[in-house]
Structure formats: structure tokens, C-alpha cells
Design a protein. Sequence first.
Length: 324
Amino acid sequence: MLKARSLAAVGLMATLMVGGSQAMGGIIRADRSDSQYLNLAQDSKYQAVGQFTWSDTQYNYFASGTLISSPGNLWVLTAAHVLDTAASRSFILGGTSYSVAQSVVYPSWTGNLNAGYDIALAKLSIAPSGITPATLYTGSSEAGKVATFVGYGMTGTGLTGATTFDSLKRAGQNTLDVLYRTGSATRMLGTDFDNPSGTSNVYGSSTALNLEYLTSFGDSGGGAFIDVAGVTYLAGVTSWGADYNSNGLDDDYGDIGGYTRVSSFASWINSTISAGTGGGGGGGGGGKGGGKPHDLTSEIPEPSSVAVLMLGMAFVARRRQRGA
């Protein structure tokens, strides 16, 4: 597994290679019951989050995505590094597998996770039935709000980091502490994973939420939801994570996560869906980010620069061998 051991390293997409072929979701507080996170994921507000699967001759791949409100309810919002290869994909939602008829990657995506263009759309061949799609957030007040993150990534605790597969959907919460700025644009939202002991804080308050949580490998493309005036909105798309504390553990206390800001791309999402088709962006070499990272400026609560190695969180498992 590729790990972020330097704060000024070339951006990479991390892949995890293991003997199994299942995926799970999210890193939880070590002092909380896993059932609380499993139960939250079953809330009807998050039923639109499903799992992408695809394969090549060597690997099985897993990631996440969210069915969004659109004409015919055929479109799924996800990360660009989930869809930027030519391989065909399936999207599993509500226990049913749907084929992906079309993939549209944001045109400025080049594979560089630091640039903040990690967003894409998948059009399903038929509309899922019995699923309420998510509504996009188009405002500008995400910072400081508590978000609920939902997906099918690795699991573990804040003490162990990502360790376990169990093929279950999880959800947890974290505060959207920062807006990351690249140039003059703010295309990414950021969180840190606070230790309940009050240590390991990076951004904002050091007090951990009751269901404090950090996304992990396989959560790529999953949703970050916020509640505004009693309505639940999709505000972010899981993009990357970083071993900010440089301790060699992925997604433990003191690490951070980055999420593509939906409101920054609402016009592109709507125009792409209205057109029914769209031009894909650069392939990005299968999602492997390249180039020197930008300086990411934390605008909230106060300006400070941080350059980090970002790990794309698609999950890769070795294909099971027959008879193994």
C-alpha cells in the first residue's frame, strides 16, 4: 500500500492489494459501537449511496457513488478517479446491480488529486426503483457544518486505522472544518479525525463528535451530506485521504480527508445531465495523480498553508483464484 510519509511529496492514488474481494465502509471511534455507524448508514436519507464494482484481468475494484435527482433519476455522482478508465462498471444500489451506460469525467481532471477536479457522473442504463435520489447543495455555507459521510470503504478504528473488510455500508460524522483553496478557487472541503482524548487535532475544535468518522479506501465517490433548514443535501464527494500525522497508519486519529465541493460544480453537473452526454476529461492514467502538489490554504478558521500527499481512496483487491 502506498502511504503518505512526507508532507511535500508527489500526489499518488493509493491502492490496497489483499486476498479478499469485498469492500466495507469507514473508520470509527475506538470507544463507540460499530452498530451505531452501521445503523446510521441505513437511514433513509442516505439510501441513494451505492457501490461501484469493476474488474480487469488482475484486480477487482470497488468504490462508492450517490444517485442524484435528475430527469429519469439515471445519474450517479462520484469521483473522477473512479470513472477515468475505459473499463465497464456496475453500480449496486438497494441490493440490485445496474450497468453503467455512460461515464462523464470533469473536463479539467488530469489525475492530479490536488487540483480539486475529482468529480464525475455515471449514467445508468435503467433507473433504480424505490430509491429517493439525493439533492445537490448549491449554497456556499458548508464550512463549519457537521456532515454525514456514507460509503463502502475500509473499516477500522481511530487507533488502528484501516484494517478490515466486511462488505458493509457505514456512515459517520465529521465537521467540515476547512475549505482548501487552489489558486483563487475553493473546490475542496476538508476534515480531520479528532481523538476523543482531545489530542491529534488538526483543524477547528479538538472535541470529537459522538460518531466521529473518517472515510477510507473504497469510500471514493461516496457522499458527504449536510442538513440545512430540515433538508438533507449532498455537499461533497469523497476524494482523498492523507497520513497527516506521518505515523504509517492509514486513516487513524490525526489524519485528514478531502472532499470535492459539490456546489463548485453544480452548473457543470446540471448542464451535463441536461445534454445527456458530455466530453470526458483527461484519463489521468487510471487515477494515478501526478505532478507537484499545490499549496492548500486553510481558509477557515485562519489562513495557513499545508502541502500533503493525497491518497485517492478507490479500493483494489486481488481477484480470487479459482479453488483458493
